[in-house]
Design a protein around this ligand. Structure first.
Ligand SMILES: Nc1ncnc2c1ncn2[C@@H]1O[C@H](COP(=O)(O)OP(=O)(O)OP(=O)(O)O)[C@@H](O)[C@H]1O
Ligand SMILES: [Mg+2]
Length: 469
């Protein structure tokens, strides 16, 4: 983010439209408050209680993370705070006034961006202002500044479908920030993005927030990701889900920003939160300690979204270039963003077919053989590599342990749901299906949604899974 864009945003244009905005809140002032908030939804079998007696305060100057497992009611609580759904009992107030309808002091960023596909970036960002009755020239100017602030300048007339996920979410941020909400509400805003894009956006967001020129006085972030909560929040509110959402614990994060993931205090807090959420200690990630605890699992080694075709294509390109090439140059030559190529790079790395050294992607011996082999041999090489990938291994060994050699996809979905959002779970299963099929480890039948061990497959008759390497 360049500082000039920040400075520009400070110009008072947003306040010259004749619309009176509430005074800037001083740090510490209570902006949002719930007292004894409960929420139930009407279900087929009567009322489904989702939130049970939540007391929560959000003050100016703080970033609050709502952390909890899937179904613990995080999104529901966020919607109650935003006044988008009414409380069943208890109160929700904004600046001391009980809400009755949409909260005028909040704006929301959604996991799946929620952009209108038939509108341009500029028009999507102007939407919120239109609803507030701004006139066209003021609207256009304010939107341009928000677009600039969030690093989207040049994309004003693009349509969402022309943008990468990261850029789409920038539109989501611009659309929320343009109304200068007191509280920016975010529901898993980074979880539909690939790892590096998410990391980049998080960093930029926090840089803006820290710069003090953010047009917003507090942030409420919903996440199921402990590390993200510790990275971003001043306070982490853990929601427990038994039998329905209640505040299970609150952690203050008294660490300077930008936070250092390798700092002992950072890791210690992650462990503490993890223990609270699961009732057991987290496997330590400290470098240099026993590798047994760093064993890759489906939970700590998510599958990148990369098809076998895609990663084979990349391996072939690198093989043609002599087995090593500069990633940025390669992306440039292909007219792609580096981000577009990264899931493929991650996949090759995870499979042990390539490694990243400095700026270069370098094929391993196995990767070179894979790229040069005929189809049948490349399948065998791929199978040997894929069986070492945690999710593929989990599916294969679970199928082997079941006498029928079949298992419902729902089994794996439930296992993964403890660690990932439903969107991420589906993407990973899609990748695991593609990889396992190509490797002839298992097949997948979409109708009963069932995996079946490939008994005649390349590795199907072996008793022991081959080791990677
Ligand atoms: N509109 C609705 N009608 C009925 N039930 C709902 C509704 N919205 C949510 N629920 C239920 O309320 C519970 C909490 O849902 P909510 O989406 O708030 O959880 P969450 O913590 O955000 O979960 P996730 O991490 O999966 O997004 C779930 O059991 C869900 O099925
Ligand atoms: Mg949710």
């Amino acid at each position: 983010m360049n500082l000039n864009t920040l400075r520009k945003f400070r110009t008072p244009a947003l306040r010259t439209s004749g619309h009176v905005r509430p005074d800037r809140a001083v740090d510490g002032q209570v902006l949002l408050e719930t007292v004894g908030l409960t929420k139930s939804y009407a279900g087929a079998d009567g009322e489904l209680p989702v939130l049970g007696g939540i007391d929560l305060t959000v003050r100016a100057g703080e970033v609050v993370a709502l952390l909890g497992k899937s179904g613990s009611g995080k999104s529901t609580l966020l919607r109650c705070l935003a006044g988008l759904v009414p409380a069943s009992s208890g109160t929700v107030s904004y600046r001391g006034r009980a809400l009755n309808g949409a909260n005028p002091g909040t704006a929301m960023v959604f996991q799946n961006f929620a952009l209108l596909p038939w509108l341009t970036v500029q028009q999507n960002v102007e939407l919120g202002l239109e609803a507030q009755g701004w006139n066209a020239p003021d609207r256009a100017e304010a939107a341009r500044q928000a677009i600039d602030l969030i690093g989207l300048d040049g994309f004003e007339s693009a349509y969402p479908k022309e943008l990468s996920g990261g850029m789409r979410q920038r539109v989501g941020f611009a659309r929320a920030l343009v109304v200068e909400p007191d509280v920016l509400m975010m529901d898993e805003p980074f979880s539909a993005l690939d790892v590096l894009t998410a990391e980049n956006l998080r960093g930029e967001l926090m840089e803006l927030w820290e710069s003090g020129q953010f047009p917003t006085r507090a942030i409420v972030l919903v996440t199921h990701n402990i590390e993200e909560a510790v990275l971003l929040a001043d306070r982490i509110v853990v929601l427990g889900s038994r039998p329905y959402g209640t505040v299970q614990a609150v952690f203050e994060v008294d660490q300077d920003r930008p936070r250092d993931r390798t700092a002992p205090a950072f890791e210690e807090l992650i462990d503490q939160v993890y223990r609270t959420m699961t009732g057991r200690p987290k496997e330590t990630r400290t470098p240099g300690r026993s590798t047994a605890v760093d064993r890759p699992t489906p939970a700590n080694t998510p599958l990148p979204t990369a098809s076998v075709d895609g990663l084979s294509g990349l391996a072939e390109l690198v093989a043609h270039a002599g087995g090593r090439c500069d990633l940025a140059d390669l992306a440039d030559d292909l007219g792609l963003e580096v981000d577009d190529v990264l899931p493929l790079v991650d996949a090759l790395d995870l499979l042990g077919l390539a490694a990243v050294g400095g700026n270069d992607l370098v094929l391993t011996e196995r990767g070179t053989a894979f790229a040069r082999a005929d189809v049948q041999t490349s399948k065998t090489i791929f199978a040997m590599a894929a069986i070492g990938v945690p999710l593929v291994q989990l599916i294969t060994s679970s199928l082997r342990q079941n006498p029928t050699g079949t298992l419902r996809a729902g089994f794996f979905r439930d296992v993964l749901a403890h660690h990932f959002t439903s969107v991420q779970v589906e993407r990973q299963l899609e990748t695991a299906t593609d990889w396992g099929r190509y490797a002839e480890l298992y097949s997948y039948d979409a109708e009963p949604q069932e995996y079946r061990l490939d008994e005649n497959g390349l590795l199907g008759r072996q008793d022991d899974e081959p080791q990677q390497g």
